[in-house]
Design a protein around this ligand. Structure first.
Ligand SMILES: Cc1cc2nc3c(=O)[nH]c(=O)nc-3n(C[C@H](O)[C@H](O)[C@H](O)COP(=O)(O)OP(=O)(O)OC[C@H]3O[C@@H](n4cnc5c(N)ncnc54)[C@H](O)[C@@H]3O)c2cc1C
Length: 421
């Protein structure tokens, strides 16, 4: 009987296993996980800390008992894979054991990048990626020891933290090296509008500055910035990004860039080795190259594609574009596409707080920002994908009608669908 292995049991790993069994494949499957937990959804962690979701709510796939019963696999819990030998087709585990496989999926996700913050002890520094991070922050907030917090990283994760801290009555200083919020996704004017609203809600913004040093002072933390200013807080949250968790992979055996490079079948450069989710660099429709697009929907599709191919089917991952759909503090920021791609910058709507700006090139949209226009954002993305890949997905007249009805300007809809002038 064939033996499969899955490294990391998150969204991508779990979807791959479901696809393997869904394809009727009876291979023995060993699942290696460095946690003792069922697969969780990292994006639900902030809702748990905020108190709007119970602990169990972070585990959308159910308990391990249910999964083991449904999917028939061997679970190696709290057992990190420390090395892969692609030639010998073996994995080495953190406890020293070695196990063989015929095909393997690398779905180890990403880890929060948390560098030291000056001389502050770890007890004052928080991150937000996994269940342990969420439990730790929730307990610290419940203890009443955090009255003022510095959130470093004007990212989608950073803003969700800011939101939950404000809801708990914690004062927030929000800082980033970049000049504006959401630097990789938002155009400057979009950022300015969001920043104005944050200031109105009492958030102290310190953008365009670096934290230079930090130390404990009188039982609190003093953090200094490159502009000479300093803030006194009780704790610091680092939300400055993630790194693909690929330390166990040898770049001499498997092609790695920022993540593990895969083709449309989610195959890596090594025979019998697949990768999916935040640890891999899959097809990017905006550029035609590969890139890590660390989103839940990508991890679902990539995991499913890898699982089907491991089971012997022929499945392809269609690719994705960068996108962010973030709801926070009563507002919605939506961005589709790559902000760094060239094009003419145009404002398509600016009324009642709603704002649409896009980069347009060659009769199509390369990147669009929508502020407070959440409704139909799925149809906007779909239409944009059809514009980028008319052969894979021809324009859909019904979708166009939906967008017209929603009040989106006709010219923008044409450009999104690749039919602009
Ligand atoms: C706060 C937050 C908010 C987010 N919001 C959104 C959002 O709004 N929309 C969206 O689309 N996406 C969002 N995301 C991203 C989304 O959660 C991820 O893209 C998705 O969870 C990736 O799934 P994955 O299976 O690749 O990785 P993970 O969920 O990280 O799972 C990987 C698993 O592998 C384990 N592992 C790592 N190394 C090893 C090893 N060597 N051996 C064994 N096990 C290992 C890890 O511990 C983990 O359990 C958010 C993420 C965060 C943190």
């Amino acid at each position: 009987m064939e033996r499969f292995a899955i490294v990391g049991f998150g969204c991508a790993g779990c979807h791959a296993l479901k696809a393997i069994r869904g394809a009727g494949c009876a291979a023995a499957v060993d699942v290696y996980s460095d946690t003792g937990l069922p697969p969780y959804n990292p994006m639900l962690t902030t809702y748990y800390v905020k108190g709007t979701l119970p602990y169990e709510g972070m585990f959308p796939f159910g308990t391990m008992e249910t999964l083991l019963g449904e999917l028939d696999f061997t679970w190696y819990d709290q057992c990190a894979v420390s090395q892969i030998d692609a030639a010998a087709r073996t994995v080495r585990l953190s406890d020293g054991r070695e196990r063989a496989y015929d095909k393997i999926l690398l779905s180890s996700g990403a880890r929060a990048f948390v560098p030291p913050v000056g001389d502050l002890p770890q007890s004052r520094i928080f991150a937000m990626r996994n269940v342990e991070d969420a439990v730790r922050l929730k307990e610290a907030l419940a203890s009443g020891g955090i009255r003022r917090m510095l959130v470093v990283g004007a990212s989608m994760v950073g803003i969700k933290l800011v939101e939950l801290l404000l809801a708990q009555g914690v004062e927030v200083v929000f800082s980033d090296l970049a000049e504006h919020i959401f630097p990789t996704a938002a155009f400057e004017e979009t950022s300015r509008r969001i920043e104005g609203r944050l200031r109105e809600r009492g958030v102290e913004l310190r953008f365009g500055v670096k934290t230079t040093h930090a130390a404990q002072r009188d039982g609190r933390a003093e953090v200094c910035f490159s502009d000479g200013a300093a803030v006194t807080v009780d704790a610091v949250a680092m939300c400055i990004g993630t790194r693909a968790a690929v330390g166990y992979v040898s770049p001499e055996e498997i092609l790695i860039d920022r993540g593990i490079v895969v083709d449309e079948h989610m195959r890596t450069s090594a025979v019998g080795i697949f990768a999916a989710g935040d640890c891999c660099q899959g097809r990017d429709l905006s550029t035609g190259g590969t890139r890590i697009i660390g989103l839940w929907a990508s991890a679902v599709l990539q995991g499913e594609t890898a699982g089907k191919n491991m089971a012997g089917l022929d499945a392809s991952y269609p690719g994705n574009i960068l996108h962010n759909i973030t709801h926070f503090m009563g507002m919605d920021f939506v961005s589709f596409g790559d902000k760094s791609l060239p094009g003419e910058r145009r404002v398509f709507q600016d009324r009642d707080g709603r704002y649409i700006e896009a980069t347009v090139a060659d009769g199509r949209v390369n990147c669009v920002n929508l502020l407070d226009l959440y409704k139909n954002s799925g149809a906007v993305k779909d239409h944009m994908l059809r514009g980028l890949y008319p052969h894979d997905a021809p324009p859909d007249p019904q979708e166009r009608a939906v967008l017209l009805k929603s009040g989106l300007p006709r010219e923008l809809i044409d450009l999104l669908g690749g039919r602009g002038q």
